[in-house]
Write a protein that binds this ligand. Structure first.
Ligand SMILES: [Zn+2]
Length: 213
């Protein structure tokens, strides 16, 4: 069984300083949603965020954008940020750099076709499973990407993590500037539907603002 760490290990922060895990800001949190867009859960997430006037960032899988273009366009229409999460949810460790990059560029193409992103904004990339080779990361940075890891994993996708524990993973560990990982995927929806409304309410009452990256 894999070890689950809600908090991003500080040793990795030191090893890979150009991968973002949090931002130095007062009373802001950065919610991120990986693996969508899908009709079963992404519209629900958008609605929850809207209720709390919260902005977030969605790391989308290219194949899901192709299947669900209308939902994808709703994400940006609601003022959220979008990032690249490869076309087929590839594990960088298991794939040759050329193939991995081509898969990312395929997603970049579909994102820019669907969406008139401001060109001045940095392109965001989050590696599926958090697994990316250093050579792959370096090439992406050269291509103008910011590699976004995380500060806090909610564990929403983990079957063995209860919805109460998922909520705790966030509330106990998150602080100003944290980048928090959720998933708009069917697998994560049981924990997400319990946790997300509570996280939004809890931090809003504490005066936090939810921003996109
Ligand atoms: Zn993913």
């Amino acid at each position: 069984m894999n070890l689950f760490l809600a908090k991003y290990p500080s040793i990795l922060k030191k090893l890979y300083p150009n991968r973002i895990t949090r931002l130095k800001e007062d009373k802001s949190l950065y919610l991120t949603f990986d693996d969508g867009p899908v009709p079963e859960i992404t519209p629900w997430v958008l609605n929850e965020l809207k209720k709390h006037n919260a902005k977030a960032t969605f790391f989308c899988v290219g194949d899901n954008i192709k299947k669900n273009p209308v939902i994808f366009s709703q994400i940006t229409a609601h003022g959220h940020g979008v990032g690249n999460h490869t076309y087929n949810h590839l594990n960088g460790w298991n794939n040759k750099t050329d193939y991995y990059l081509a898969n990312i560029l395929q997603t970049e193409e579909i994102i820019s076709r669907q969406n008139n992103l401001e060109k001045s904004k940095p392109k965001l990339f989050r590696p599926p499973y958090g697994k990316i080779k250093n050579s792959q990361a370096k090439t992406l940075v050269k291509l103008g990407y910011q590699i976004v890891m995380w500060d806090i994993l909610s564990g929403d996708f983990e079957k063995r993590i209860s919805k109460e524990k998922c909520l705790k993973n966030v509330i106990v560990n998150a602080s100003a500037g944290s980048i928090i990982v959720f998933h708009d995927s069917i697998k994560a929806s049981r924990n997400l539907k319990f946790t997300l409304p509570k996280v939004l309410k809890y931090y809003k009452e504490k005066g936090f603002i939810f921003k996109s990256l």
